[in-house]
Design a protein. Structure first.
Length: 175
């Protein structure tokens, strides 16, 4: 009996020494999923990571209530792409500078902070929570996605496919 109790104590002590994992950040630095368009623009103007020059001359987006801000990066970034849907920041895509960073260093840093990825394949690693998906993609891109909005878009896409299927069948019935 003492032997089992002793083993149980050692197990608990071993678990206590494991590094604590941090909850997924919903973005990088001051850029957070869910921030509104004006907050995003202000954050872009007031930081040293990106060269944001203000409003674009033209936007060509086919989806209503969507804004896309694509900015060149400095030092550690080559580019940042911020997608705002329905007035809130939905996704952040950060292309990292391969002269400053490498995939292995990023993977090691993210794994140390968030634990082992929930999905790993030859081209990417992914960490996920109910609110955020963080992915590290080769050659060197980090992406943050608002999961509740992403799941809603998936459901809407399935509904649209079902509607198109029914419409197609009705069309074919006309012949």
């Amino acid at each position: 009996m003492r032997r089992w109790l002793l083993m149980l104590v050692f197990c608990f002590l071993g678990l206590a020494q494991l590094p604590a994992q941090t909850a997924l950040n919903p973005g990088f630095d001051v850029f957070r999923l869910g921030m509104n368009l004006e907050e995003l623009k202000s954050a872009l103007i007031n930081n040293s990571f990106f060269l944001y020059s203000g409003e674009p001359d033209v936007t060509l987006l086919n989806r209503p209530n969507t804004n896309l801000i694509d900015v060149p990066g400095l030092t550690y970034f080559t580019r940042g792409v911020f997608q705002v849907v329905e007035g809130r920041l939905y996704s952040i895509t950060l292309e990292l500078n391969p002269e400053q960073l490498d995939y292995f260093a990023m993977y090691t840093s993210l794994s140390k902070k968030y634990g082992e990825p929930s999905a790993l394949d030859p081209t990417s690693a992914r960490w996920e929570s109910a609110a955020v998906r963080l992915s590290l993609e080769k050659p060197l891109t980090v992406k943050y996605i608002d999961m509740p909005l992403f799941q809603r878009f998936q459901q809407e896409g399935r509904a649209q496919q079902a509607l198109q299927s029914v419409t197609r069948e009705k069309f074919l019935d006309n012949f």
